[in-house]
Design a protein around this ligand. Sequence first.
Ligand SMILES: Cc1cc2nc3c(=O)[nH]c(=O)nc-3n(C[C@H](O)[C@H](O)[C@H](O)COP(=O)(O)OP(=O)(O)OC[C@H]3O[C@@H](n4cnc5c(N)ncnc54)[C@H](O)[C@@H]3O)c2cc1C
Length: 369
Amino acid sequence: MKRRDLIIIGAGPAGLSAAIEAAQYGLDVVVYDENALPGGQLFKQIHKFFGSKEHRARERGFRIGQQLLEEAGRAGVEVVLGAQVIGLYDGLIVQVVRGDRIERVRANAVVIATGASENMVPFPGWTLPGVIGAGAAQTMANLHGVRPGNDLLMVGCGNVGVVVAYQMLQAGCRVQAMIDASRAIGGYGVHAAKVARTGVPFFLGHTILQAEGDGKVESATIAQVDERWQPVPGTEKTFAVDTICLAVGLTPATQLSRMAGCTMINLPGLGGLVPATAQNGATSVPGLYVAGDAGGIEEASSAMIRGRLAGLAAARRQGFADSQAAESRGQELHESLDRLRGGPFGERIRAAEELMHKALEKEAACQTA
Ligand SMILES: Cc1cc2nc3c(=O)[nH]c(=O)nc-3n(C[C@H](O)[C@H](O)[C@H](O)COP(=O)(O)OP(=O)(O)OC[C@H]3O[C@@H](n4cnc5c(N)ncnc54)[C@H](O)[C@@H]3O)c2cc1C
């Protein structure tokens, strides 16, 4: 069986950043990604990032993806595409499908950076063609140049909902309405304002009741919700739409961390069930790290720093990084992550991490008892 210093699963911002960081210390690094293109979500992101210059604000996601790929190439990272990892055994044996072959490769360390999947909400008619995830709509329009439909209803006004709605308008769709059960817009104000300026109505405190149509979506009915999020009779409105985009949250991809036997913890603030990790992404399985959305839903900017922390930790574990230099690099990365999470959007993450550390302390106490 082949052996590598570090195997990274997922070539999104977290995986590529982990690879670049580790390769700089001289590790032999391979990144597997099931897609035909590397970059994860970044290549769909044609909008400019927010935050500070340090965290790549005002740069477009796909350009950041290109830069990461070039950097990975210069660092000598091997990126293998069309390679789906289907198994992780004894923590560090990776089973990967490439074409019609299945290979097993042993690693001294593994970083899981498999991202997240989109949440769905079931309602009558939700299986009709035309009900799709907002991320899927973004992939169709921005990667494949295919407009997902002509008349859209966007369900969810968080960051994904408002960003994708604007991109659908740019792609030539008509967004008939934006709805959210919450009474506040969760997404960045500037993106919501761009959508609102085009005249798209926002229905906050509303939910979708059903999709109607003969073999495909032809209309959608929404209704106001009360304080218990129950539909209020008599408030129904129907829109003639052919596409309903669901932007109702993401769930960390935890299949591989669960298979590897990581201690898992349910933290709604991070998107649900996540592997318990130290701040550098180390899981309860020695040599196995998690970075990016696979360890808790956040943003590409933090996924890149979390990736670098995991790459650095994997290098230190194998004695590649001089401990004093690695210590100060780690400190620098932690400080950068703290600054990124300093704003109001970081509150949810900080609270969830505190819960995670309390749970880990409790577990450590149980083990020594
Ligand atoms: C619509 C939308 C808009 C967004 N806008 C922004 C924004 O403006 N700013 C921002 O900072 N963030 C934004 N985000 C969030 C950001 O895209 C994610 O937080 C970030 O991409 C997470 O990076 P990641 O590397 O963890 O995962 P991903 O980017 O999802 O990459 C995961 C990779 O793993 C691969 N993979 C998964 N499973 C396997 C497997 N078993 N075997 C091999 N490969 C596998 C996938 O193919 C993928 O390439 C947005 C997200 C969405 C959905």
